[in-house]
Design a protein around this ligand. Sequence first.
Ligand code: ADP
Ligand code: MG
Length: 263
Amino acid sequence: EERPTELPPPTGEGRGGGAPRLPLLQVKNLSKSFRGLKALSGVSLDVRRGEILGLLGPNGSGKSTFINVVSGHYLPDGGEVWLGGCNIAGQPAHRIARAGIARTYQIPRPFTQMSVLDNVAIAAMYAGQGLRTMEEGRREAMQWLEFTQLAGKAQVLPAGLNLHQRKFLELARALAARPQLVLLDEVLCGLTPTEIQSAVALIRRIRDQGTTIVFVEHVMDAVMALTDRIVVFDQGAMLAEGAPREVMQSPAVMSAYLGVSHA
Ligand code: ADP
Ligand code: MG
């Protein structure tokens, strides 16, 4: 199916192309500590172009730190993050966003004084290299609101959205940046079973329109339904990697999960 002998695709708006066979993202020996606490220690993993990679692990195992470091919100202590021929580790978040990585937050962070539409329009304005006008941004934003089924809420403030809609707004903002890769941090957390179903369908559509996804999630049914591959973290290190079902049945992963006490 792949076309191995072709030249790499043009890098498009500087968003780091690369040969189809290379992983989209290569993380090498990534580390991050907070005052001596090793939140990430020597994590090495690849994200393949077009996949949905599940990132799992008990609370505090370093999943959000991984997203924060890869997206440039935290400086790594060491290691490399290769995106299409550039080591982006340690680059500022806005550069990494322009290089093609978008993320959502575990707790949605919209601009509270701006309409839903304008929240997305701002992201669209800054997407790619040239700055778009707010009008152009709004036009594009409307398409992303339709994609995320929020078009009817375009003019309200984020405070007028329920949790499900706020999570979808996060997705719309991330998509408006036209990323090659989105890092989703627990987008299903707190949703009802019906809302989870619609979010799962939306995540599939995000992948189908060509965006690679790293999906941090605790909702196991959704992980099993959506992911091509999973990686399990424990105490900042990678415990296992592979096909979802096999990894979840491995003794190391079972004991990491069963060792967690539930308050
Ligand atoms: P997860 O997302 O897997 O639940 P996190 O990456 O949020 O885990 O946290 C990993 C560890 O790093 C935890 O012990 C957490 O308390 C710590 N940590 C994360 N972010 C910070 C921060 N900004 N300051 C201090 N400690 C942090
Ligand atoms: Mg987290």
